[in-house]
Write a protein of this length. Structure first.
Length: 182
C-alpha cells in the first residue's frame, strides 16, 4: 500500500461541506441539477464493475464502493422524507440514524443495481419536488437533534448536493486506487 497519502484528503476529496449563508437562485438550480443527475453518474461509474471491484475501498478503513452506493440510497431516501416533512409540518424534528451501522447490514451486500434503481426513482421524484418549491419553501426549516439546531431547506439542498459530489468522488477515488486500500 502506498503510504504517501493524506487521510483527510481521501476522506474529503472535494473538501468539507461549506454551504454559504446567502444562496442565489442560480446556485439552487445548480444544486438541483446535481441531485437530478446523480443516479446516472453513479450508474455510469459502477455498471461494468466486477464484484471484486465493487469491494474496493476509497480509503483505509473506509467503505467499499458497494457500501457507498447503498449508503447514498439510504441517505437520499431519508432526505426526500425530510424535505416532505419540512414542507408539510412546522419545524419537524428529523430522525437521525447510524449510517455506519446501516452500512454493515446484510442488504449492503446486495447488488448495487438495486440501490441505483432506488436512487433513480427517488431522485426523479425529488427533482420534481425541488423544482416546484418557492423561495419561501426553501426557507422552511427542520430541527436536527444531533446538531441541536434548525436547518433551512436551502441548507439541506446544499448539503445533499455536496453529498452527491462527495460520494461520487469516493467512488472515483476507489477506482483510481484499484483496491490499494483493501
Amino acid at each position: 500500500m502506498n503510504k504517501d497519502f493524506n487521510l483527510e484528503s481521501l476522506r474529503y476529496p472535494i473538501g468539507k461541506l461549506n454551504v454559504p449563508k446567502d444562496v442565489s437562485k442560480e446556485q439552487v438550480s445548480e444544486w438541483i441539477e446535481t441531485i437530478e443527475s446523480f443516479p446516472s453518474k453513479v450508474r455510469a461509474l459502477t455498471e461494468n464493475l466486477s464484484s471484486e471491484e465493487l469491494d474496493w475501498k476509497y480509503r483505509p478503513e473506509g467503505w467499499t464502493i458497494r457500501q457507498v452506493v447503498h449508503h447514498v440510497a439510504d441517505s437520499h431516501i431519508n432526505s426526500i422524507i425530510r424535505f416532505k416533512l419540512a414542507l408539510t409540518e412546522d419545524v419537524p424534528t428529523i430522525k437521525p440514524y447510524f449510517e455506519d451501522k446501516w452500512a454493515e447490514l446484510e442488504d449492503s451486500k446486495a447488488p448495487v443495481s438495486q440501490s441505483i434503481s432506488l436512487l433513480e426513482g427517488v431522485h426523479a421524484r425529488w427533482a420534481i419536488l425541488l423544482k416546484s418549491m418557492s423561495e419561501d419553501d426553501f426557507k422552511r426549516k427542520l430541527f436536527h437533534p444531533e446538531q441541536g439546531r434548525e436547518l433551512t431547506l436551502t441548507f439541506m439542498l446544499g448539503l445533499y448536493a455536496w453529498h452527491c459530489r462527495h460520494h461520487l468522488a469516493h467512488i472515483e477515488q476507489a477506482l483510481e486506487n484499484e483496491g490499494e486500500f483493501n
